[in-house]
Structure formats: C-alpha cells, structure tokens
Design a protein around this ligand. Sequence first.
Ligand code: C2E
Ligand code: CA
Ligand code: CA
Length: 616
Amino acid sequence: MSQNKTFIEFHETLLKLSHNADFINENRSRKLASLSALAGRLLHVDRVSVWQMNAGQDRIDSEVLYLLDKGHDYRPVSLVDTDNPAYFKALKTARVIDAGDALNDPRTAQFAEPYFRPLGIQSLLDLPVFDGGRLSGAICLESLRRRTWTLPEISFAIAIADTISLVNTHDAWIRAQQQLDYVTHYDNLTGLPNLQSFRERLQHLIRKMRQRENDGFTVIWIDLDRLKAVNDGMGAAGGNRVIAEIANRLRGLYLPGRDKLARIGGDEFAMLVRDHEQQRHLQDLIQQIQHCISDPMTIDDQTLRMTASIGICRYPEDGLDSESLLRSGEAAMYHAKESGRAQMQAFRQDIHSTARSRFVLESELRHAIQHNQLDVFYQPIVEPDNAEIVSNEALVRWQHPARGWMSPMEFLDVARNAGLMQELGLSVLRRVCEDRRNARQQGIEMTTTAINLSSEQVMDGRLPLRIQEMLAEFGLSGDQLEFEVTEDAIKGDSKSLQTTLNGLVDLGSRLSIDDFGTGYSSLSRLKHLPFSKLKIDRSFIHEIPGDADDCAITLSILGLARGLGMQVVAEGVETEEQRRWLTIQGCDLLQGYLFSKPIPIDTLLEYSAHHKRSVL
Ligand code: C2E
Ligand code: CA
Ligand code: CA
C-alpha cells in the first residue's frame, strides 16, 4: 500500500513539473535535463540518458546524461542499427525494454563488454519516445545494482517517456507555426518581407503614430520597368535573378529599423521611411534607389541596365489607414510610369487609382470573403461506363459587381498575395456545408463533395480542427467531404503537412492529389502520405488518344496508382474518344465538360433528383 502511495506521489511530482510555467518556457535541453534528473532521483537509478533518433531511424545520438552521484555530465555517444540490430529492433517494436539482467538479456547483451562491464551496469530500463506518431528516440535508465523492475517503476518511467514525447510534439508544433509564419510573411526568392508583412508593418506603425501625433512616414513604391521584356528574353529564371539582385542592392541602402523594405509583388518593392529616422533628404534617397537599380548588372553573360518607376505617398496626408496608403502609393507609381521610364511621382489628390489597381480588386475580394459572398459551383465526377455521378468537386466563383462572374484563375493570385487563402478556403468550406445542409432539408442526400485546399491551408496544423468545428456546426460528418491537394502543395517535407493530412483522414475524409503529373512527387513520398485518389492533370488528357507521349504518361500514372492502391480520376475529359480510351485503360473516374461543366447547386440538385441513376 505504502509503495503505491509513493508512486502516486511520484506521478504528482511529475505532473507538477510538467505543468509548471517555468518548465514550459524552458528550452528543450533544459526540459530533458529536469526530466532525467527527476527520473534518476525518484527511481534511484544511477544513470539516466536521453537519446535522439535520426530521420532514417538507423542511428541514435545521446542528448542528455544525468548521473545520480554527479549530476549532469554530457558526452556525445552514437549507436548505429547495423552494430546493434537486436536493440534497435526492440526499440522499434516494444513499449518498454525492461532488462533486469542487462548483461544477458538478448535485447541488450550486445552492450555487455563494451559498455555495461566497464561502468558496472547491471539492470536497464529503456523506453522509446515519440514525436507526433514517429519514433524519435529513447530514454534509458541504468542501474549499477541488479534489480527487477516493478510495475509501478515501469509505469512511472513510461510517464516520463510520454512527457518527453509531448515536449517533442510541442516543439514540432512551434516549428510548424514558425514555418507557417515564414511562408505567410516572407518572400521565398529574396527573403524579404512580403506584402502581407508590409501591410502589418504599416498598420502597426499607424497605430503607434495615432498615439503620438507629431510623427509621420513616407511609403516609397518601386516598380521595375520592363521586367516582362527580361522574362521574355531570358526566361523566368533570368527575371528572378534580376529581382534577387535588385533586392540585394536595395537591402544595401541603409534603412534604420527592421522590415522597412518589402517585396510586394512580382516586380515591385516598397520602402517605409519614418520622418524622424530620415537621415537625408527624401530626394537623395530616391536618387540613390534609382542609381542602385540602374547600375549595370551581368546575368547569364548579358549586361542589363534596369530602371524603376517610383511612387511616393505620406502618412497621414495621403491616407489614414494601410489600405488607402497602399492605393495612393500604387496610384502615384502608375502615374510615374505613364510619364515614361525611370520617373518619380509624389501622390496628389487628383491622382486616382486606376482600374489596373490590384488593391481595389483586393479590398473587394476581402469584403466578398468576409461577407460570405463567394459562390461555389459543383462539377460532377462520374463512373466511366455509365456516367453515374459518384461525387462532385466544389469550385469557387466570384460574382464581381462590375466584372461579372470571375473564375478562380482570375482572383486566386490576388487572394494569395493578400494573404487571404486561408480565409477564402474556410469561406468555400462554409458554403459547401450550407449547401449540403439545405439539400438535406429538401430531402436530397448529395454525393461526396471534394474541396480544393491551398498550400497555405495544408501547412496549417489547425486545419483539421477548424473543419471538424465547421462539420459539427452543420451536423455533417467528415466522410461527406473529400479534399484535393495539388502535387505542388505537398512537395515540402514538413511535419505539419503530414499532421494536417493525417488529421483530415482521421475526420473520415478521403484525400486526392490534384493536378498529378505536373510536379515531381517521388513514389516513396506518395507511399507515406495518406492519399487514396490521384487526379491526372487535364493537360495530359487534352491530347489523348492522339499524342503518344501523353498516352504513355497517362498509362504510367495509372500503373503507379494501381501499385499504390489508389483510385485514378481523369480531369478535363471533353471528347467521346478521350472517354473511350480512358475507360479501356481502366481509369476509375472521369470529370470534364463531356459530362458537365461546373454548375450551381440548384442545377446539381435537379440532376440528382431527375437523373439519379441515368446517363447525363
Ligand atoms: P482544378 O482543381 O484542377 O479544377 C478543375 C478545373 O478544370 C476547373 O477550373 C474546371 O472548371 C476546369 N475543367 C473541368 N472540366 C474541364 C474540361 O473538360 N475542360 C477544361 N478545359 N477545363 C475543365 P476552375 O473552376 O477555373 O478552377 C481552376 C483552379 O482553381 C482549380 O483547378 C483549383 O486549382 C483552383 N480552385 C478552384 N476552387 C478552389 C477553391 O475553393 N480553393 C482553392 N484553394 N483552389 C480552388
Ligand atoms: Ca481540384
Ligand atoms: Ca486538377
């Protein structure tokens, strides 16, 4: 009885430690140090070490060593699978390696001569630790006294191992957040803050200035002239090198403070200069910018001389919030551009945003998303031989007040640049859920709807939870939805991607790889991701059966999918010939104008009501 009481106290001590704010805020190695010391002291074991496993899971490296008599005493040691197969096998398969007689236990006997005897180790209790679902290391308790591990001891050691696993998972979560923060705030090519960060920076500064009314700032809008000609002549890669070079040169101009320079569009940069930080005349700074851009540069053995059109606007005179400042800066820049290359223009009230302005479109889009005004059309996905509808794909549409119906091709880039992809995705999801609930209230059970997810969405580990909440709100279950992720969006090797995808599968939803064939997914990667469908990109279907290359690619994709046990959907099926060929080759499902264009929900429901089991 008293032994049980002792162990309850042990668990309480552990709980207290792991919930302590100081502990939570410590870095990883300090957390491991506290946990190993706790294990050593309470279980009275002489040596406690924590090990980390490499990604290939064939080596472990020591991370922490705690000695009961001396305290922490780290020395790097590595063990490899090929030298110690029995031990690695045990780590990978067992929850606990409780070797009371470590020298003779088959799982650990290999360490007897090189390790146990010299140190006098008799008994050992090792436990694997995890990171998310993946085996990521071990905690090892070693005793110089021969002992038979009791159940309470083992259970406490498991609790310590689980706490380390939690620390790992938490670390991975933080890393994923940082990664997400990076992609949403920085530009990949130049490493500069992007438009989204620049906007946040403006908002932050404006809030600060409202409290202190005596300061202002200038926004300098820099748009490279004729970058299109460079792209046409040297290819997109050449254009990218020009942009990267100019970004470097602009970075070289001394600007006090962080995040004062951003890349806010393909060939556009913006700078922020606060009045009190201005160490030279604005005119001088502009001239320096012009010079640093027009200095000759050599790219691919060609000497180029670039120029830029520059627009300038000021807070508070030319705009009181970030959006109106962005509009004013852009309008001034366009005005400069109209007067020829390499010009500069300060904003004046008679300069208005032109129809070209992306900020006008952007604020309209933001408004539409926030007011749930985006529409969703549905395109049926059918069986090859009888064209029976088995599911449908939700495709976002926007009815713009002046431009009419806009396709996603026309506004997704705007949304992406404005950092609106996650909100847009949720708004589509909400609309799909609403449509399904309404259909159900009319007594119609819709077929599964596939929803497209952007890379911004799949990088966010919170996505499954958001979806789960939405499903609950509408009384729907996860198996009524599928999710499509483009091959492009899964190319990174991030943990959070894996977590998100697994989370979606846990909700009961099936996952498809979209636009397959356009990226470079490796087979081994696909095998490890939980996709059950693969959609062949419509560019391969277009020339079938006439184009031998496209037929060969399609056949190899079909073979690959069969090997992985995945269903194949061919998209963009427009002709009877395409359908026949794909059917003969055993393609599982088809989608395309031959069967139906994307249609509004009412039309889809009419189909379902009248053509339930017939050919469209
Ligand atoms: P996608 O996922 O590959 O969607 C299929 C696109 O092919 C749709 O274009 C559809 O209208 C078009 N299509 C279908 N059948 C045919 C055909 O037989 N011939 C031809 N030429 N085209 C066909 P849409 O609706 O313009 O969407 C374009 C892309 O925008 C989608 O490509 C998808 O990547 C993206 N998208 C659409 N809705 C959403 C959304 O809600 N969220 C996200 N993240 N992306 C979306
Ligand atoms: Ca799709
Ligand atoms: Ca597609």
